[in-house]
Design a protein around this ligand. Structure first.
Ligand SMILES: [Zn+2]
Ligand SMILES: [Zn+2]
Length: 287
C-alpha cells in the first residue's frame, strides 16, 4: 500500500465533511442562533441514502447500460433513471460512454481517467473524471459515437443533457435544492441545517466512489490475472461499494455480473441482482 495514495484518499473524502463542519461552526459562532443536527439520525440516513445511490449507479449505469450484463424491467428502469438524475444529477448515457471509453483505453494516454497515465495521479482523478464526462456529453464531431451503442437516447436524456452541457458546476448546483429537500426529511433537521450539511453529502459520496474505483482500483490492491492494464481488486476494503472494488476481476470479465472470482471473494451487488432476478425485476442476468 502506498501511504501517499491512502493519505490522498482520506484527504479528499474528508474535505467535504470538514467544509460542512466548518460551516456549522462559523454559523454557530457568529450568527447568534445556534443550528444543530441530530448526528446519529443524520449518519444513519446518509449511509442508507449513499448505499441506494451507489447501487443504482453500479447496477443500472455500470452493469446494465455499460456492459449489458442484465436488464431491469421498464418501470424500475424508469424510476432509477429519475432517481439518479434527482439525487446525483447524472444521466446514464454520458456515464456509460465514459466508462466504455475507459475500458477501451485503460491506462493508455487516452484513458479518460487513470492515476497511472502520463500527467494522471490520484490527486487529480476527480478532475480527470469530470473533464472527460463533459467531453462525452458534448461529443464534438461525433468523436465518441463508438461508445454510444444501445444506450438510452430519448427526451429524458435530452433533458438531463441540458444541465450537463453547461458544465460540472451547473450540474452540481442544480442538485442543491433537491438534496437539501431530502435532508430536510430527516427528523430534527431544520432547513438551514440541511443546507449547511450539503457539502458533506454531495462531496463525500462523489469523491469516495470516484477516487475508490477510478483511482485506487488502478493503483493499489491485488491482481489475479496478468492483463494489460493496471486494474486491481481492493476487496474487502470496499465494504460499502456493492462489489465495485473487485475492479480487476471486472476488467477481465466485463460481461459477467458477478465480480467475485477467488473462492474467498464475494460480490454483494451480484447477490442483490440475483435476488431481483428471482422476483422478476431483473431480466437476462449473466452470472
Ligand atoms: Zn466496467
Ligand atoms: Zn478500470
Amino acid at each position: 500500500m502506498m501511504p501517499g495514495a491512502l493519505i490522498c484518499y482520506l484527504v479528499f473524502t474528508w474535505i467535504p465533511i470538514a467544509i460542512s463542519g466548518g460551516l456549522f461552526w462559523l454559523w454557530n459562532t457568529f450568527s447568534g442562533t445556534a443550528i444543530t443536527i441530530p448526528i446519529i439520525e443524520m449518519i444513519v440516513f446518509l449511509l442508507v441514502l449513499r448505499q441506494i445511490n451507489v447501487f443504482t449507479v453500479s447496477s443500472l449505469f455500470h452493469r446494465s447500460y455499460s456492459h449489458k450484463q442484465f436488464e431491469y424491467i421498464k418501470p424500475v428502469e424508469w424510476l432509477m433513471r429519475r432517481w439518479n438524475w434527482l439525487l446525483l444529477g447524472t444521466g446514464g448515457r454520458a456515464w456509460a460512454m465514459m466508462h466504455r471509453w475507459h475500458h477501451a483505453k485503460a491506462d493508455t494516454p487516452e484513458d479518460p481517467h487513470s492515476p497511472t497515465k502520463e500527467g494522471g495521479s490520484l490527486w487529480n482523478i476527480t478532475a480527470q473524471s469530470a473533464e472527460s464526462y463533459v467531453e462525452c456529453i458534448k461529443n464534438e464531431n461525433g468523436k465518441y459515437d463508438k461508445y454510444m451503442k444501445g444506450l438510452p437516447d430519448d427526451r429524458f436524456e435530452n433533458f438531463v443533457r441540458f444541465f450537463e452541457v453547461r458544465g460540472f458546476w451547473v450540474l452540481a448546483l442544480s442538485r442543491v435544492p433537491v438534496v437539501a429537500g431530502v435532508l430536510y426529511l430527516v427528523p430534527g433537521v431544520s432547513l438551514p441545517a440541511a443546507f449547511l450539511a450539503l457539502p458533506a453529502v454531495m462531496g463525500s459520496a462523489w469523491y469516495s466512489t470516484v477516487i475508490m474505483v477510478n483511482g485506487l482500483c488502478h493503483l493499489v490492491g491485488y491482481r489475479i490475472w496478468d492483463n494489460e492494464d493496471t486494474s486491481t481488486n481492493l476487496f474487502p476494503i470496499d465494504f460499502f461499494g456493492w462489489g465495485e472494488a473487485l475492479h480487476h476481476n471486472h476488467h477481465e470479465r466485463q460481461s459477467r455480473a458477478n465480480n467475485a472470482h477467488a473462492t474467498w471473494e464475494f460480490d454483494p451487488g451480484y447477490w442483490a441482482l440475483w435476488f431481483l432476478s428471482k422476483i422478476g425485476i431483473v431480466k437476462n442476468l449473466r452470472p
